[in-house]
Design a binder for this molecule. Structure first.
Ligand SMILES: [Zn+2]
Ligand SMILES: [Zn+2]
Length: 336
């Protein structure tokens, strides 16, 4: 769990588990008594699937980037953003004051978890964690499973009410009972079916709306964060088309994280900064590269600021290769 409050996921899980159990225990058992066991079987499978996927979303590191443990070198007068040329494209790396790192592209700092997260989508207040590079796949699958479960429970509860009402209306001893009276009798006998049907009907709008939004974001290759910020008003450079975006998300191999789950979130699993994959986003190392290149006096590395070394704004450019959205150590290419 990387979110600050582990109980958030448990509370949300109760909102899913309680109506599902009520459905199985009341209309599900009634269907089984009539010889139809499949509603119980389908709802159990969907509930187990939803639970597993929610667990994987909530308890997996979303892609937290370890903080720079070194205190900031005030004398270095470092930039707060840095222009880099990555795979031929000019991009701007923003500096995170809390984590003391230059953020890789598409990374953002979550104010709730207080960490920088790779390919940050949003902080999910329901699951209680950030949704990022390492748990977005599980999150979207969780939404699909939850939508299916909610739809199924809603439809079957409503169908159960209909079956009982028709039974009352056609019962020979009740002699053509009107619909309203038959429905009233149904509610008295099956209040749980009615409660579950109404609850899941309301819940369905929220869940299916959210699922639809993430289908759109996946098809267009955006994160929720980018969509809200309107990061790509003209063309999104990260999209490869709906099919390729889906394949890239669902068929990609598992992505390794940067943090050790046994340690507090936000700190690297290795004490040796030089061996860590995240080394390059270490502020001091990146600063050293910028400084050395500025001393070289190459035209590409000139300060944009004033003569005494303005710390704000872009002061230089370095060429890097970007792999999996992160900056790797030793990937700074010296092409001078
Ligand atoms: Zn940060
Ligand atoms: Zn968060």
């Amino acid at each position: 769990m990387t979110g600050p409050n582990p109980w958030t996921a448990m509370k949300t899980y109760c909102l899913i588990l309680i109506p599902s159990v009520l459905f199985i225990a009341s209309p599900g058992v009634d269907f089984a008594d009539r010889g139809d066991a499949w509603p119980i079987a389908v709802s159990c499978v969907l509930l187990v699937l939803t639970s597993i996927l929610m667990g994987f979303t909530a308890f997996v590191d979303p892609g937290v980037i370890p903080r720079n443990p070194e205190p900031e070198d005030e004398s270095a007068r470092l930039p707060r953003s840095l222009g880099v040329i990555a795979t031929g494209q000019q991009i701007e790396l923003k500096y995170c004051y809390t984590c003391r790192i230059f953020r890789p592209p598409r990374c953002a700092h979550c104010s709730i978890c207080n960490n920088c997260v790779e390919l940050f989508d949003h902080h999910c207040g329901w699951v209680g964690t950030c949704i990022g590079k390492r748990n977005y796949r599980q999150y979207t699958l969780f939404l699909y499973a939850l939508s299916s479960l909610t739809l199924f429970i809603c439809a079957m509860s409503a169908y159960h009410l209909k079956v009982i009402t028709v039974e009352y209306m056609t019962a020979p001893q009740l002699e053509d009972l009107p619909l309203s009276e038959a429905f009233q009798k149904t509610l008295q006998r099956n209040p749980i079916s009615f409660i579950v049907a109404v609850y899941s009907f309301g819940f369905m709008f929220f869940v299916i709306g959210l699922t639809g939004l993430h289908c759109y974001l996946l098809a267009t290759g955006q994160t929720t964060h980018e969509q809200l910020k309107k990061s790509f008003p003209f063309a999104n450079p990260h999209t490869k088309g709906p099919v390729q975006n889906c394949l890239a998300l669902f068929c990609a191999p598992p992505i390794s994280g940067h943090v050790d789950p046994r340690q507090p979130a936000g700190y690297s699993s290795t004490s040796s900064a030089t061996n860590s994959k995240i080394t390059f986003v270490d502020h001091n190392q990146l600063a050293q590269i910028v400084k050395e290149r500025s001393v070289d006096g190459g035209t590409r590395h000139d300060h944009d600021g004033d003569s005494d070394g303005e710390i704000d704004g872009r002061i230089g450019e370095v060429e890097v290769e970007i792999e999996r959205g992160g900056l790797l150590p030793g990937s700074v290419s010296d092409k001078d």
